[in-house]
Design a binder for this molecule. Structure first.
Ligand code: BGC
Length: 413
């Protein structure tokens, strides 16, 4: 048995573009409606998404039913600054209502200022390829701090800067659909600067605000039985460059680190060869202990950590309960080994728009019915899945009955 401390934070995550609907001033919206011939992505437009722009109270009520003490959302830069230098006051007022609705339900607010989408004007001027991109972002971040103040408990500047440049500049399946390693590196450097300058800008409003960054961290390992020296070296170098190297540039301007963990990659003969015994609907290998390894390795940075995303696409809800339990066992084990982990957020509260893939991957504790209603629009009815009850229970008690057991997911055949 393991008991998480009473102040451990339990929550779920979503982002604005994936849930709000009608994010018309963003670069994603533009590309969803102006696809270049031959480019299959995104597979469908985000449209009304889950209509959370209007249904946020219903969503927060679900968080309360989950016994959560926090919620992670994002605010949309493209709404708040639809034209360069012109802030939209009515949108700030909208988000103040949203944040107040969360607070009145006793939910702490973790709010991301940039979750993959850009205002269209910023994209048109070259976005994060520009050496001065940070100026625009820091100005917006400062305005958010001035307007939202303590309505936001934890400011997170940028979500997954590396995934952003990987999707948009290496794989090229996200806007601006480029495949150029040099630009990917440049964008990476500019995002790092963007975070650091936004951190400073928020702190000029109040030193007391908590500001962090959210980073995707995968676990890379070799075959535990009989690995080659060159595979071990590959994994070491990968972690050194992609994880610790990146963190080196941002750690000084960070009050906490958000970690998004989804999968592990096993390298054998310098190739990815996963056992693939348990896969989610997107084909990602599920390996809960990878999260424990990451948290233990990051302990050395002596910074408070939150798992800001962890989840899986699982339309049938076949693995989700055990997936959460196994990952919480990993969190508990890491805490036992001294990792300063203070909270866990499941991705996601509700099924939503999964970027280039569209709506088919189902990450939600709550199922969204996308079948057309009488008006021809998706019904968007919210229906908790069975795993919802498990997460509600653990959030309430903080007790892991099965601590130290072999991964429970292995019980599923
Ligand atoms: C992103 C989310 C995304 C999730 C699942 C994370 O990398 O922050 O926006 O939906 O992964 O792919």
């Amino acid at each position: 048995m393991y008991k998480f401390p009473a102040d451990f934070i339990w929550g779920t995550s979503t982002s604005a573009h994936q849930t709000e609907g009608n994010n018309t001033n963003s670069d994603w919206w533009y590309y969803e409606h102006n696809k270049t011939p031959g480019n299959p992505y995104p597979k469908e437009p985000s449209g009304i998404a889950t209509d959370s722009y209007n249904r946020y109270e219903e969503d927060f009520d679900l968080c309360v039913q989950l016994n959560n003490g926090a919620v992670r959302i994002s605010v949309e830069w493209a709404r708040l600054e639809p034209e360069e230098g012109k802030f939209a006051q009515q949108e700030f007022e909208h988000y103040k209502k949203v944040l107040t609705a969360a607070k009145s339900r006793k939910l702490k607010t973790f709010v991301t200022l940039h979750h993959f989408t850009n205002p269209k004007w910023f994209a048109d001027m070259g976005q994060w390829e520009r050496g001065d991109a940070h100026k625009y972002f820091a100005r917006y971040a400062k305005k958010c701090a001035e307007e939202f103040g303590p309505l936001i408990d934890f400011y997170t500047t940028i979500n997954e800067p590396q995934v952003y440049s990987y999707g948009g500049y290496i794989k090229g399946f996200w806007p601006p659909f480029k495949k150029n390693v040099f630009k990917a590196l440049l964008v990476q450097a500019n995002l790092i600067k963007g975070h650091n300058k936004a951190y400073d800008a928020i702190k000029t409003v109040s030193e007391r605000f908590q500001v962090g960054l959210v980073k995707n961290i995968m676990w890379i390992e070799t075959d535990p039985f009989g690995s080659h020296w060159y595979d071990r070296l590959y994994c070491k170098l990968f972690n050194l460059i992609i994880r610790d190297g990146f963190l080196h540039f941002v750690l000084k301007q960070m009050d906490f680190l958000g970690i998004n963990y989804y999968f592990t990659r096993r390298i054998i003969n310098l190739k990815e060869q996963n056992p693939n015994d348990y896969l989610n609907d997107l084909g990602w290998w599920i390996n809960p202990i990878g999260l424990e390894h990451i948290l233990v390795e990051l302990k050395k940075h002596k910074i408070p950590m939150y798992v800001t995303e962890n989840g899986l696409a699982d339309a049938e809800d076949k693995y989700r309960t055990h997936f959460i339990e196994d990952h919480l066992i990993a969190c508990a084990a890491a805490r036992d080994k001294g990792a300063d982990l203070r909270g866990y957020f499941y991705w996601s509260l509700i099924d939503n728009f999964e970027w280039h893939e569209g709506f088919w991957p189902r990450f939600g504790l709550v199922e969204i019915d996308r079948s057309p209603g009488e008006n021809g629009q998706p019904k968007l009815t919210r229906k908790p899945r069975p795993s919802f009850s498990y997460y509600a229970e653990i959030s309430k008690t903080g007790i892991l009955e099965n601590y130290h057991h072999t991964p429970l997911i292995h019980k599923i055949t």
